[in-house]
Every structure is written in C-alpha cells, then in structure tokens.
Unconditional design. Sequence first.
Length: 238
Amino acid sequence: MFDNDRVPAETVEWAAAQIARFEGQAFLIPGNHDPMDPGSIYWRNDMEAIARRLTIVRQHRGELIEPEGLDLVLWGRAYLDSDWHFRPLEGLPGRVDGRWHIALAHGHFVPEGGESHRSLPIHEREIAAARGEWDYIALGHWEPHADVSRGGVTAVYSGAPMPLSDANRRAGLCAVVDFGPGACAGGRSGWTGRVRGSGEQRRAIQPARAIEAGLRDSMLYLRRRCRLICRCRSVGGN
C-alpha cells in the first residue's frame, strides 16, 4: 500500500478541491491504499471542510449514511490496515425502508470455489445474500471494469479512470447507473447500467512515479477526459 504519511497536505487539499467541483453529493470509502487508521490523511486533513458535499465513510464496523435531500441509504465499512482479516461486506445490515439502498465495498471478489488467500475478500455468496435487501453494490479495488453481479444482486467494479499498468486494457471507463421503473429489491424500481469511456486513447502511468504526480495526473485525466464519473438518478416512482 502507499505510505499515506508521506502524502503532503497540499496534495490532499488539491484532490478535495477537485471533488468539490462536482455539483452533486459524493461519497468516499477508504481502502487499502488510504486506510482509516489513526494518523491517516483523513484524520490529518479535513477534506469535508473543502468539499462540502463529500461524505467519507469512517466507521470500521460499518455505518449507514442517509444523505439529506436524497431518496437514498448507503452503507460501507472503512478499511483499517491493522485489521488483517478485514471483510468489506461483513455486517451488511438488512433493508431499512423503501428508499434506494446502495452498499459500498472495497475489496477482492472471490467466486465460489475460487482462491481465498487474497486480502479484503468479497465472496460470491455475500453478494448473493444481499438479494431483496440492497439495490446495488458499488465496488472498488480492481483496476479493470468488471461486473460481478450474483444471485440477482447487481455488483460492479467501475474500474480505474485510466490505466495504471500495461496489463490493464479495460481502464478509462466509468460506471453510469440509472435507477428507473422495474423490479428491484424494494419493489419500487429497477436499474439499468452501462459503461462509458472517454473515447480517446488511454495512457499508462509508470508504477514508479511519485504518488503526488500520479494523483495529480489521475485527477487531471478525470477533469479533461472523463467528465462524467458516476451518475445516480431516480426515474419515475415516488
């Protein structure tokens, strides 16, 4: 993982300023490269004071977030580097009510019968168990875009906005999820999803590049090449 103790405050503040440019509400869940351990960037820097519409998941045990003004309930667990047995979907609660329910998880998807020695495992059975409770599971950790939906539960890795290694050819994409009429966990509406790219050739970031330069390049790429990162809108219904 990155040594986030070495990330200068001006880099974090710059990133928060870019998030603040987004007109909607943004939600961030810490992962293995930016854990929520004491002394991390999230405790040293007040990103939410800069990006007023940003909410950071901070509870290691998991927390429900009910954003003001949105017909939405979110849940996520903040990763701690000190927890060697961290399971991103452990403790996922049941449905609260008829609002949209989106779970956030940062980890490695493990299909049934697949390898289980990787850290931050998200097992296929855990995704399938959310059927009837959660409308969508937004996943992070994998660089390539990937749909790992199971058991009638939609779960998608949006993927990195640009290639971070020569091995990845499915980057430069973003997941766009529209919620509309149909059948879903809450019986109110369904969802349609699609993947959108920048339409331009992607360029790789050298792994040895300094973290500050890498972060700035990534954010600039988002700004110039992929304006729409993620959209979630309600269509029809009450």
